[in-house]
Write a protein that binds this ligand. Structure first.
Ligand SMILES: *Cc1c(COP(=O)(O)O)cnc(C)c1O
Length: 396
């Protein structure tokens, strides 16, 4: 056997990467190594592994074989030098930021980052004297001007949650590198099937693996991939702060990842169709989807999302939040829940999902309409999803 996964297609990588080593008792599947520690009779061996001079594992807060297989799979999918995992997406984001900044550093980011990330910028980072400048998400010239004043970290997320704005990663990463910033991109919405931030100049890429990577809404997890020195610093911080991924969660995420390409291809296609349908519907005031020609950054999306535009869209109903309250319970094929990226369709308003931590006044200031519905298309037959939307919109 002479397999070179770096030359394989991404669907092949999703199936095989990380699963190549000799597995327990000739099993064909990565076992769940549900063990806190790893024992050594020979003290010299033990010490060599502990010092990193020999491969192996010591304690699962540091490394674990099942978790390592997951990290390797995502590393290959992102085409990264290195990857490390965390207990959740927010653990990945907070460990990344806190391990890379020091008191007095500046961060440049955007107003539309994920609610939890936004909360880090506004509540927790100021506690260690790190100031974040949150720019208008699509005013790239203004973001460039803020970067030019100097910053330690340029933190991007695209497409954004919940209004699907698209940020030009290549343009801003270039500017960030001019001032020596580390560029980080949250790639949760796009997935490595649709977008490769590292190829566009980002130094690190972060996923809430809870969403599309796992895809089955049954395990939390987070991953950071990118330059080896940066990933190592983040891994070291996580070893000590302790937000390690559980081996069972790693197993579920590995299992989900094998179908990533199939799921995303289906979700890309269905969501584009649903976006066109909603755009033509009289009950709908506005649709946000990067795949629509009407989307403000459609040209950038076409350039930087070669795989497709993703499975997330949002739309504004005529008639305000009360109309949203009438419409959502009528959907038969959707969980009304604070999650996204699963095989089932999931819906919710930002007030109870992505921006539950943010006040109504702040949501308004961020340009998030109260009558917005966030829609995460599942892998159901698109005809059924369209029929479901038709009946729910018609009678709402
Ligand atoms: C859900 C989400 C996160 C946080 O991930 P958790 O696994 O819930 O901690 C971060 N970024 C984006 C874009 C998300 O959708």
């Amino acid at each position: 056997m002479n397999r070179d996964l770096s030359k394989a297609g991404i669907g092949t990588q999703a199936v095989w990467a990380g699963e190549e080593g000799p597995l327990l008792q000739h099993s064909t599947q990565v076992p769940i190594v549900q063990s806190v520690s790893f024992g050594y009779d020979d003290l010299d061996d033990w010490q060599a592994v502990a010092l990193g001079q020999k491969p192996g594992h010591i304690y699962s807060r540091n490394t674990n074989p099942t978790v390592a297989a997951l990290e390797e799979k995502v590393r290959v999918l992102e085409g990264a030098e290195a990857a490390t995992s965390m207990a959740s997406g927010m653990a990945a984001i907070s460990n990344t930021i806190f391990s890379l900044v020091r008191p007095g550093d500046r961060i440049v980011s955007v107003k539309d980052s994920y609610g939890g990330t936004n909360q880090l910028f506004r509540e927790f980072l100021p506690q260690i004297n790190v100031v974040s400048f949150l720019c208008d998400t699509t005013d790239f010239a203004a973001i460039e001007a803020e970067i030019a004043k100097g910053c330690k970290l340029l933190y991007l997320e695209t497409p954004t949650n919940p209004t699907l704005k698209v940020i030009d990663i290549e343009r801003l990463a270039h500017k960030g590198h001019q001032v020596g910033a580390t560029v980080v991109t949250d790639n949760t919405f796009a997935t490595p099937i649709n977008q490769h931030p590292l190829q566009l100049g980002s130094d690190l890429v972060i996923h809430s693996a809870t969403k599309y990577l796992g895809g089955h809404a049954d395990a939390l997890g987070g991953i950071v991939c990118g330059r080896k020195d940066l990933v190592h610093a983040i891994f070291h911080y996580r070893e000590i702060t302790g937000a390690a991924l559980d081996p069972f969660a790693a197993y579920l995420l590995l299992r989900g990842l094998k179908t990533l390409a199939l799921r995303i291809e289906r979700q890309n296609a269905s969501t584009l169709e649903i976006a066109h349908f909603l755009e033509a519907h009289a009950a709908v005031a506005r649709v946000f989807y990067p795949g629509l020609a009407s989307h403000a950054q459609h040209e950038i999306a076409k350039k930087q999302m070669p795989g497709g535009f993703g499975g997330m869209l949002s739309f504004v109903l005529h008639g305000g939040y009360n109309q949203v309250k009438r419409f959502l319970p009528k959907l038969n094929y959707a969980h009304r829940a604070a999650n996204l990226g699963a095989v089932e369709t999931i819906v919710g308003p930002p007030a109870t999902t992505s921006h539950v931590e943010v006040s109504a006044a702040d949501r308004a200031a961020m340009g998030i309409p109260e009558a917005l519905v966030r829609y995460s298309a599942g892998i159901e037959d698109v005809g059924d999803l369209l029929a479901d939307l038709t009946q729910a919109l018609g009678s709402a």
